[in-house]
Design a binder for this molecule. Structure first.
Ligand code: IMP
Ligand code: MG
Length: 192
C-alpha cells in the first residue's frame, strides 16, 4: 500500500508547511540580522525542516547536528535521552563531544515538542558549553502537559496530542519521506 493509505488524515500539506516556513524564516532572519547564528539540528526528525528552513535564511550561519534517541520504537517517550552524535574522533576515545558553541548565538531546531524531555536535556547539555544565547525552534508543538517545561521561541504549528508522521517525523523510522504531515492510523500504532 502507498504510504498515504497509512494516514488517518493529513494535517499540513506541502504548501501549508512552506508558507509557515516563510514566516518563521523571516522572523529568525530579522531577530538575528546583526549576529551570526549557530544552528544545531536535532537529527533525524528535523532533517527536512532544517533543509527547507535554512534555505530561507539569507544570513551567515553555521550548522551542527546532534542525534539523540528517546523513543526506542514506541509511540511514547521512554523518558531517557541518549546522545548519539557527534562522536569524538580517534583521539577522543569515542565519547560524545559537543559542538564548539562557546560565546555563540545558538538556535536549536527540532521536529516536535512532546513531553519536553528531549529538548530540555539538549538545552541543559548545550548550556554547559557556555554559548552566548540559546533559542529553540520547533516545527510542531503538542498541546499537552509536559514532563519537562520547554518554552520554544519559534513554533511552526501547534497540534493536538496525536501521533503524527511525515516531513521527517517517523514511526519506527518509517514515514520520514512523506512530503506532508499527517496523523498515523491508530491500528498501525498499536501493532506489535
Ligand atoms: P519529547 O522528548 O517527548 O518531547 O519527544 C521528542 C521526540 O519524540 C521528537 O523529537 C520526536 O522524535 C519524537 N516524537 C514525539 N511525538 C512524536 C509524534 O507525534 N510523531 C513522531 N515523533 C514524535
Ligand atoms: Mg523519532
Amino acid at each position: 500500500m502507498l504510504l498515504k493509505g497509512h494516514l488517518e488524515r493529513v494535517l499540513f500539506d506541502e504548501p501549508a508547511i512552506h508558507r509557515r516556513l516563510d514566516d518563521i524564516a523571516a522572523q529568525i532572519s530579522n531577530d538575528y540580522r546583526d549576529r551570526e547564528l549557530t544552528v544545531i539540528a536535532v537529527l533525524h526528525g528535523s532533517l527536512m525542516f532544517v533543509a527547507d528552513l535554512l534555505r530561507r535564511i539569507p544570513l551567515p550561519l553555521k550548522l551542527e547536528c546532534l542525534s539523540v534517541a528517546s523513543y526506542h520504537g514506541k509511540a511514547q517517550t521512554s523518558g531517557k535521552v541518549i546522545f548519539k552524535l557527534p562522536m569524538a574522533g580517534p583521539s577522543g576515545g569515542g565519547q560524545i563531544t559537543l559542538p564548539d558553541i562557546a560565546g555563540r548565538d545558538v538556535l536549536i531546531l527540532d521536529d516536535i515538542l512532546d513531553s519536553g524531555q528531549t529538548l530540555a536535556t539538549i538545552q541543559e547539555t548545550l548550556e554547559t558549553a557556555e554559548p552566548r544565547s540559546i533559542r529553540v525552534c520547533v516545527l510542531l508543538s503538542k498541546k499537552k502537559q509536559r514532563v519537562r517545561e520547554v518554552d520554544p521561541d519559534y513554533v511552526g504549528f501547534e497540534i493536538e496530542d496525536e501521533f503524527v508522521v511525515g516531513y521527517g517525523l517517523d514511526f519506527r523510522e518509517r514515514y520520514r519521506n512523506l512530503p506532508y504531515i499527517g496523523v498515523l492510523r491508530k491500528e498501525l500504532l498499536e501493532e506489535g
